[in-house]
Design a protein around this ligand. Sequence first.
Ligand SMILES: Cc1cc2nc3c(=O)[nH]c(=O)nc-3n(C[C@H](O)[C@H](O)[C@H](O)COP(=O)(O)O)c2cc1C
Length: 254
Amino acid sequence: MDVLEAIRNRASVRAYTGEPLTKAEIDTLLHAGLHAPSSGNLLHYSVIKVTDQTMKDTLCRICFEQPFIKSAPLVLVFNADQNRNRKWVEQFGGHFHFDGPAYLGKGFCDALIAAQNIVIAAEGLGLGSVYVGSVLNRARDVRQALNYPRYVVPVVLLAIGRPKKRPKVSPRLPLRSIVHEESYQDFSAEDIQNIYREKEAAWQGQNPSGLTGRNGARANSDSEYFTMVRYHQTSIREADREFAAAVREAGFLV
Ligand SMILES: Cc1cc2nc3c(=O)[nH]c(=O)nc-3n(C[C@H](O)[C@H](O)[C@H](O)COP(=O)(O)O)c2cc1C
């Protein structure tokens, strides 16, 4: 499959046939991740490959019971990881100072770039995938469940499998809302209105406004939906505390 076609036609897949992946497929995916660019080529990340059902069930429970985590034949957890680098550096006379926020950030970059290489490779193999960011909200539980040493924190989880069916490609904001010519061109209230009106039109009735959340809150606009129902302040602040605690528990100086 052409790379651009794979990128343009990709959509998150959250329902899989029960069929397992072959060893060759898994190998191809993991090598696609390994070939991703990496800061200094130091590979400031690691990947936990999970196929054991009990561990998938545990991750599913930790990540707010998103059912595709336990039904996917392959689950990969990507981490910002300075554990291996620290051991290497200290064993061979170097000095370890990759324990601050900047190199935690590099770990996030490396982990996500490798993950996205795998997403595109999966498309190429006719497989489907979906990211799960909840490992970050529940970072301490993930660290414990997967037995992480110091200097390892989860970034994102990928569930991968054979799609039951191909979902439709989701609309995006117009390109001009993301790309700024030469320097940052800040938005007026009118720009914001136009940009988001286009998105809402493109959603063609999939607009979630009006949905009622678990907390009983009802949204009258997308902005209310995404910040007062789906990503409510209480749960986001809880995620902030959890993630900050996990990063400190892992030994990073933040
Ligand atoms: C960092 C990150 C975290 C995500 N977390 C979740 C998640 O927890 N559950 C889920 O169903 N989808 C998750 N997604 C998938 C997004 O919802 C999806 O990419 C977005 O709605 C756009 O749809 P598309 O991937 O089909 O283009 C996540 C995506 C990213 C990049």
